[in-house]
Design a protein around this ligand. Sequence first.
Ligand SMILES: [Zn+2]
Ligand SMILES: [Zn+2]
Length: 250
Amino acid sequence: MAQRTYDYSRTHRALEIIAITALFSLVGAGMWRAWVHAGPGDGWWLAAAVFTGYLLADFSSGIVHWMGDRYGTESTPLVGQTFVKPFREHHTDPKGMTRHDFVETNGNNSIVTVPLMAAAWLIPATSTLGLFLFATVVSLAFWVFATNQFHKWSHETDVPAVVSFAQRTGLILGVHHHDVHHTPPYETYYCITSGWLNWPLHKIKFWSRAEAFVERVLGVPAWRDAVPAGPDPEELIQGESEPTKSPSLA
Ligand SMILES: [Zn+2]
Ligand SMILES: [Zn+2]
């Protein structure tokens, strides 16, 4: 029997493979549906939908990542082991995810995205607005699927040339850009699809304000990582263009 490359249940592995297959099928069918309904003047709307979906995926990745980093513990019912634990372990072992194969990397994101993609068919694509909304959801679903792959690539030392080009030009999550999040206290730059929203969200103090809001409304304080002495992430943000991976920029 072939050696297993994963250390979780076969049932979950099967679910991941089914979800990835279903998601690719639904995104493919969605692209076809958008194409069929698009009129001669709808090209720009479709392009805008792809862009909007990409931005929404980046924002969603930040929200989910922030929740995993800041709320709950590994023993929280339902989500502790499957959701909180991987995020917390990622701070102590950032390279751990690079040992995951394609299915393990992208399976969980596909599982949560398939219902969204299936629900998109409720949007009538017969009007320009409907077509734009439907195409935005298709784009969002695809980029959510791609998010963990982009995140994994940002931690790998050896990536294909085209991926390295996309990282260096900022089309997808950049290596040095993501270093900011991995600098203690790990409390900013949560977005991991393109990372385009990280700087504006950091500047408006979105995450600390969201934590203050949650604490005020729900009475739940944000969980904090143990913080070793190190450089201030603010210095990395300012020096983000400097091609160094060393955290000793201070
Ligand atoms: Zn994190
Ligand atoms: Zn990371």
